[in-house]
Write a protein that binds this ligand. Structure first.
Ligand code: NAD
Ligand code: AHE
Ligand code: ZN
Length: 370
């Protein structure tokens, strides 16, 4: 079939809208009509050529919601008409990782996914005979896409696509990092570096679990008002206090250091500050931000010897097929706020505007509605 898609033709070039060819679902796969997709900073990072797994030409996008239109042979868990959220972290429930119950990082199709291919090693997308590669196993910047059955979460049908698409990455990543990865307890002091589409969801998760102080750190003062609305109690602008004084300011505000900190910037210097602002003996720092290929983190080992813990979190530690439908329920029950974080909406033709708004610091989340 033909479908409209935004193609990443090469690094640092605007996405190009084309009618592309899409082959139908093979065994274990489903055809999804994408109804809406968010634009995450990770899409921008890959488009800028910073992703060691970035492949061109490809169809980016990994924060979508849509409807199953066709299923391939052997598919049993979803049927045409089901509403789904594509999962860049699938949940096969059979691999060593899924069975361990120690991680959400299902490994069953990770190798082909990282090469821009479906699990059988081929792409379903092409243009004029040239292969177009999938992205994070999702490619939601296409009106129709093909997904492995294990990489879609079936969700309730009364939830609006233009809001719940954000649960496909940002909402789950931020809230999940608090509740599944860090397991923040009531009364804890929390610091969030980077108050964008992810960091604001960390703040909302911290407020949900009853954190005490929620300190936000961002170089863009325009992010302050929204962060306060979502539960931030203290704001630090490194450009005002001085980048080298951020850690001390947090130690002073928290009587010795944060119980939990979260990096939502992808900046390795910030990641170091996020670790070093943690309380001696027990403070945990969770890396969510994705750093450019080749970057490395560093600190004095003494920081770890004295009890601070450095962790990472992908997709908030959430098990997609199990946890995503529950998060959709939380939204529909009014327990979490998504609407206020979606600051911009546009048709696919204007998707490049979403990247501009992100880089200018003017949006939290932009959503393309097909
Ligand atoms: P965003 O652009 O919406 O937000 C980033 C925020 O960080 C902005 O408010 C920006 O002003 C702030 N910032 C940048 N440099 C800073 C600095 N030096 N100090 C303080 N604040 C700074 O991006 P986003 O969509 O929220 O994504 C944030 C990061 O999380 C990205 O690196 C993205 O790739 C990553 N991410 C990771 C996962 C995961 O599963 N681990 C999931 C989604 C996104
Ligand atoms: N491809 C990159 C790594 C990118 C990365 O870390 N992605 C996160 C999700 S970001 C969503 O916005 C993730 O889930 N990582 C776990 C995984 O298996 O990819 C690289 O460095 O090669
Ligand atoms: Zn994302």
């Amino acid at each position: 079939m033909k479908t409209r898609a935004a193609i990443a033709v090469a690094p640092n070039r605007p996405l190009e809208i084309h009618e592309v060819e899409l082959d139908g679902p093979r065994a274990g796969e489903v055809l999804v009509e994408v109804m809406a997709t968010g634009i995450c900073h990770t899409d921008a990072y890959t488009l800028e050529g910073k992703d060691s797994e970035g492949i061109f030409p490809s169809i980016l996008g990994h924060e979508g919601a849509g409807i199953v239109r066709e299923v391939g042979p052997g598919v049993t868990s979803v049927k045409p008409g089901d509403h789904v959220i594509p999962l860049y972290t699938p949940e096969c429930r059979q691999c060593k990782s899924c069975l361990s119950q120690k991680t959400n990082l299902c490994t069953s199709i990770r190798t082909t996914q990282g090469r821009g291919l479906m699990p059988d090693g081929t792409s379903r997308f092409s243009l004029g005979g040239e292969t177009l590669y999938h992205y994070m196993g999702c490619s939601t910047f296409s009106n129709f896409t093909v997904m492995p059955e294990i990489a879609v979460a079936k969700v309730r049908e009364d939830a609006p696509f233009d809001k719940i698409c954000y649960i496909g990455c940002g909402v789950t990543t931020g809230i999940g990092a608090v509740i599944y990865t860090a397991k923040v307890e009531p009364g804890a002091n929390v610091v969030v570096f980077g108050l964008g589409g992810i960091g604001l969801n960390v703040i909302q998760g911290a407020r949900m679990v009853g954190a005490d102080k929620i300190i936000g750190v961002d170089i863009n003062p325009a992010k302050r008002a929204m962060a306060e609305k979502f539960g931030m109690t203290h704001f630090i602008n490194p450009l005002e206090v001085g980048r080298d004084k951020v850690v001390q300011a947090i130690l002073d505000t928290t009587d010795g250091g944060a119980d939990y900190s979260f990096d939502c910037t992808g900046n390795t210097a910030v990641m170091r500050q996020a670790l070093e602002c943690c309380h001696r003996g027990w403070g945990q720092s969770i890396i969510i931000g994705v750093a450019e290929a080749g970057q490395e983190i560093s600190t004095r080992p003494f920081q770890l010897v004295t009890g601070r813990v450095w962790k990472g979190s992908a997709f908030g530690g959430a098990r997609g097929r199990t946890d995503v439908p529950k998060i959709v329920d939380w939204y529909m029950d009014g327990k979490i706020n998504i609407d206020d974080l979606i600051t911009h909406s546009m048709p696919l033709d204007r998707i490049n505007d979403a990247f501009d708004l992100m880089h200018e610091g003017k949006s939290i989340r932009s959503v393309v509605v097909y």
